[in-house]
Design a protein around this ligand. Structure first.
Ligand code: HAM
Length: 422
């Protein structure tokens, strides 16, 4: 019996890989333009890193983590997200003093044991960015501007950016209590999961997809009505700056995010037509996170996009294939070594070359060049060996050029002779 991949884990085949490469390249170009630098983080972290940041009662920590006890007794987990690890790395490297404001981005696989469905996988790739050391609303507005830029650059022009404020440690407790009280009065209409959430993490009740929970919480209190004065003015200023910069935001007072470290500005980037999993990205401010992980009291704001969902939202637009420039076609065993050396010289000069098997007939070789879209076929048969010069078939002009260049010519001379038209 053949072996299949693990449920929720998938292969990225060449066409998709090419599309993802383009998305990542464009995203990196945009991020670099905003001064972000790359950070590479481990895939395995201590479980505690996530339980103390993402939150003990979050779905991710409660039921979605791939965690195990390592042989030395350390409890470790495959990372479900990148923000906590950036905060840890930043603190561990002592960067807070050297780099009081840091802009860091990361690209890599994340792991969540969710129920697989369209757009939802157990291993997926995020492009994430974190701005540490800034707590002013201008940082939030610039981040939103960056998000809009990034969406455009990767070809997702129609994405909507939902925003909300989640308040802070001063104003959220009263809101939590009000929401919990509201929920307790409607206990019978809530699903068992939300009934349990009410006591531990009432905000998550607003996120439930269950129809009866949505109905029961339709008029639930919203955080915006409970913001303290500093959170209120921060939020107003973010909206004002974003509007001035032409970033279109959609207020969504029910959006609470699934990770507990957020405060104040929170957002989700939503694309049309993706089905239930339509959030292509999400993020927000997390001013208490670095300190909660034992680092300095340092604010932060960031976001992450899911590469699979960006690809879907961009319409899985195929990237034009880039065929090799030359096909070197040896005809017979004798010419094979000459062809191998010739291809080697061209490749050393950074030209892209496909080398055909010497056992294949010339007709088949030309056909495969045509199919692959390779313009120049360099033919090395017995006649060419005898004359010491290669024949070239230009697949576009449909002409043969016998004796086009000496077989031992340098790469630059070969390219010159082969690409000369007429
Ligand atoms: P998140 O909303 O949990 O935020 O994930 C960000 C994005 O990752 C989602 O919008 C989605 O596109 C993608 N994603 C999440 N889970 C899956 C999955 N199972 N399959 C496919 N794609 C998925 C975070 O992870 C935060 N760390 C973002 C952040 C950065 N906040 C501040 N800085």
């Amino acid at each position: 019996m053949s072996i299949s991949s693990v449920k929720g884990f998938r292969d990225v085949l060449p066409r998709e890989a090419a599309r993802r490469r383009r998305i990542v390249d464009e995203a990196v170009r945009v991020l670099t333009g905003y001064g972000y630098e790359e950070i590479e983080l481990p895939i395995l972290e201590r479980l505690e890193l996530f339980s103390r940041s993402v939150g003990q009662t979050s779905d991710i920590v409660e039921k979605e983590m791939y965690s195990f006890e390592d042989r030395d007794g350390t409890i470790v987990a495959l990372r479900p997200e990148g923000t906590a690890a950036v905060a840890r790395a930043y603190t561990e490297a002592g960067l807070a003093r050297a780099l009081p404001v840091a802009r860091l981005y990361y690209i890599g696989p994340m792991f969540r044991r969710e129920r697989p469905q369209k757009g939802r996988f157990r291993q997926f790739t995020q492009i994430g960015a974190e701005l540490l050391g800034r707590d002013d609303p201008e940082a939030d507005a610039e981040t939103l501007f960056l998000i809009a830029d990034l969406c455009r650059a990767v070809g997702v022009e129609t994405a909507r950016i939902d925003v909300n404020s989640l308040g802070d440690a001063a104003c959220r407790p009263a809101y939590r209590e009000a929401l919990a009280a509201y929920g307790r009065e409607r206990m019978a209409s809530l699903c068992p999961e939300c009934q349990a959430r009410l006591a531990r993490n009432p905000l998550r009740v607003l996120d439930c997809k269950n129809e009866s929970c949505r109905e029961a919480t339709r008029d639930a209190p919203i955080m915006l009505n409970y913001l303290c004065e500093p959170c209120r003015s921060h939020h107003d200023r973010v909206l004002e700056l974003a509007a001035a910069a032409g970033v279109e935001l959609t207020p969504n007072p029910r959006m609470v995010r699934g990770l507990d470290y957020y405060c104040r500005t929170a957002f989700e980037i939503v694309a049309e037509g993706l089905g239930a999993q339509d959030a292509i990205g999400g993020g927000g401010r997390y001013d208490g996170l670095v300190e909660a992980l034992g680092g300095p009291a340092l604010p932060g704001i960031g976001f992450a996009f899911g590469v699979e969902r960006l690809d879907m939202a961009a319409g899985a637009r195929d990237v034009a294939a880039s065929p090799a420039e030359f096909l070197v076609a040896p005809i017979g065993e004798g010419p094979a070594t000459v062809a191998l050396r010739l291809a080697g010289r061209l490749r050393a000069a950074r030209r892209s070359v496909e080398l055909a098997p010497s056992t294949r007939r010339l007709k088949a070789q030309l056909k495969s060049a045509d199919k692959a879209g390779i313009r120049y076929v360099i033919i090395v048969g017995d006649e060419e060996i005898a004359s010491g010069r290669a024949t070239v078939r230009d697949m576009v002009e449909r002409v043969d050029r016998p004796g086009c260049f000496p077989l031992e010519a340098a790469a630059a001379d070969i390219v010159e002779s082969v690409t000369r038209t007429g």
